[in-house]
Design a protein around this ligand. Sequence first.
Ligand code: FCB
Length: 448
Amino acid sequence: MAGPLIFPESWVWGAATAAYQIEGAVRDGGRGISIWDVFSHSPGKVANGDTGDIACDHFHRYPEDIALMQELGLGGYRFSIAWPRIFPTGAGRPNAEGLDFYRRLVDRLHAAGITPYVTLYHWDLPQPLQDRGGWTNRDTARRFGELAHTVAAALGDGVHHWVTINEPWVAGFLGHLLGVHAPGTRDLATALTATHNLLLAHGEGMSALRSEMRDGDAAGIALNLAPCVPAGDSNADLEAAYRVDGFSNRWFLDALYRGQYPDDMLQIYGDAMPEIRAGDMERIAQPTDLLAVNYYTRSVVEYDPRDPFLQAKRIVPRGAPVTAMGWEVYPEGLYDILKRVHDDYAPPHLLITENGAAYDDALIEGKVDDPLRERFLHEHLIQAHRAVSDGVPLEGYFVWSLLDNFEWAWGYGMRFGLIYIDYATQERIIKRSGHWYAAVTREHGVSG
Ligand code: FCB
């Protein structure tokens, strides 16, 4: 084994969560209803009929959770703002109780020596906005600008790192094309409209944040990115992988960093494309300070003539290790995607804002032994270190997730946490991987 891999001095060790996945308390503090409340309460949408009604009860237990973050030695904590806590009806005057909750959270994080990283939209759109078309309505992007402005004005003295939108691919396509996330529609034109408006919202959010940000503050968007590689040597597989890359990576990166959607994908989408108005692409492509990268797995792609619009299918190579989600464990993919984004798009700063794995954890005699998660994180950190060594301006790493939580359509069945939640008692138990991560944050590195 090589010697220890030590990270740069300013490197941030963090963990991430999202509001609907952990907060619970859906009726407290004047919170309105979100599309995920409606979706999770619709029969058949979420495994086991799970909902975020209680989740990890973080809304009430955040002091305990911050104490646990300290035990892990975190320098940063990424969380999201529940839009319906701030604008319960989607518009009008902000709800002071909602803002107060995040104020208390931010203050307590600072008191614990932990830097807050705030995501403004992690998928919990107020239902009243959905009733007016949700992300298919351009007005939602404007409303998001108001949210960004309101939150930055209220918290800007304590928050210096902002993420506008989390994973527009997931919100746009899983929510509107594949129908497995809220609001659950299945239509390409609808999905493309929603995705364009999500990117416009990012632009509106950036402008709003800029008006409140101080020197040295940083803001950007979070993208889920994955290298796309052909399953075999054929041209058909190669071209299919390029289309999947266009669908999931280039669509967003080209729009954000080049101000244009990729031509090959525009041709594929054809008539399903929404109207792009003058000024839209400039708004989307305005300069950002950082790119937040969420990485879980790569895409291995096979040509599939039966697939109606990309003629492509994602496969897992035979014998490859997979997580409980069925996602291939492929740490080199983290290096590959970071290096490529740096070479092709050159964002000034990068953060890994999500990386982690679900495994079938069990609480046995008060302990959770999860060597596979420890190994997963370790191998990915080796790749992150490699990216830093090769000149990628990567500045930190956030494990997904701090706590086991409501994993969207999978409900509570998928556990991603460094900390186990016993949902019957709300007891928190630091897993073996959490103790390991505490050693990593203490030593500021991993063994190579
Ligand atoms: C990401 C989401 C996050 C979590 C992980 C597993 O796509 O941003 O909320 O669900 O996947």
